[in-house]
Design a protein around this ligand. Sequence first.
Ligand SMILES: [Zn+2]
Length: 456
Amino acid sequence: MKNKLLIYSFWVTLSLINAAWAQSPSPAVAGNTGPVTLFSNVRIFDGKSDKLSAPSYVLVRGNVIEKISTTPIPTDRRADTVLIDGGGRTLMPGLIDMHWHAMLVRPTPDSALTDDVGYTNLAAGAEATDTLMRGFTTIRDLGGPVFGLKRAIDEGIVPGPRIFPCGAMITTTGGHGDFRELYMLPRKSGEPRSRVEQLGAAMIADSPDEVRLRVREQLTLGASQIKLMAGGGVASPHSPIDVTTFTEPELRAAVEAAENWGTYVTVHAYMPDTIQRSIAAGVKCIEHGHLMDEASAKLMADKKIWLSTQPFPSEMADVFPPGSTQREKFQEVLKGMDKMFRLAKKYSIKTAVGTDVLFSPALAKRQGQLLTILTRWYTPAEVLAMATSANAELLALSGLRNPYPGKLGTIQEGALADLLLVDGDPLTNIKLLGDPAKNFVVIMKDGKIYKDTLSK
Ligand SMILES: [Zn+2]
């Protein structure tokens, strides 16, 4: 009996703690105790400015940047206070990759479908640790069964970035992400779902009602935003790139279901028609956009629609076998890239950036270097602002579904402490991003130090 009472009171206490936690919208406040780190003599890139600050002190308490000052900040000298002398190095916000697939970096397209799921998750966990150690403290996951990995990272089981998950990409029969073989058609009623659906990597929906169901399932699983494949894609075997897949009512059903949960829909879209139909349906963000035209660019600017795009390197073609239709489609996308970035600049489209590395551990190692390709169109300061504060602005569209309330992508008092100490000035030498093992001497996420080569 006594035991039962104890267990009951423990449960009540836990519930109260949970309730208190739920009522406090910002862990930034709830976590504002705990370990203290003081950076001294750092020059700050704040996520926006094109100039570094004067030599400064930055105090991190718990998971929050508590104080920034050009004069020394006193600490209480607790034994566990970490003092980091920056030696004039640059302190910048952690990088954010807005188009990442944490579960699909290491496998090949075939092994993603056939490997043991436990193995897949462990490999993705190791890749997530590498991602964090490349200085990416946050990723927006644009498709894949990533909820378990996210939970393990958030619980501290495996080091990795913050994850804003979409869960399964929602597509149509024959759309991008429908990885069924042709012999599997037609789908018979009552037959088990295809492997890609069983894994939760993609879900096929062919009516507004089915779309609503699949969207609500992802939201229930913890999606912070919803991704629909509104047009054809490169990596799928049977999806021509020119096709616009979902109808406007289907897209609108997704938008309605997502907005009822206080979040938004982003769509995979290359072609002008796909972009325009998606915007008409209330979609807030376009992924890729590489084949956009003047009219769709102007529409995006007028309606303040986000472009979440990627500077693809030409070597990305090597992910696809020579002579394959996938490789051909990739070349077409690559051809559109210069025009897209010119249009994005001409119309001042709100632009977020990512890398969309799929099925290539080798390219993943170049994650930071891939961002530097953007200097063909933007200044280094613009690139760094996109990869930090602009990306964070788009993340915030998740509203109440944001798993990490608090300010990201910036160095200011009260913001979440995701920080990189860079050996050099990335505003004048953005190539520093290409060798994180050498150049990022401190990596902090949520106030916790994951790498520190200085204070030891
Ligand atoms: Zn993608």
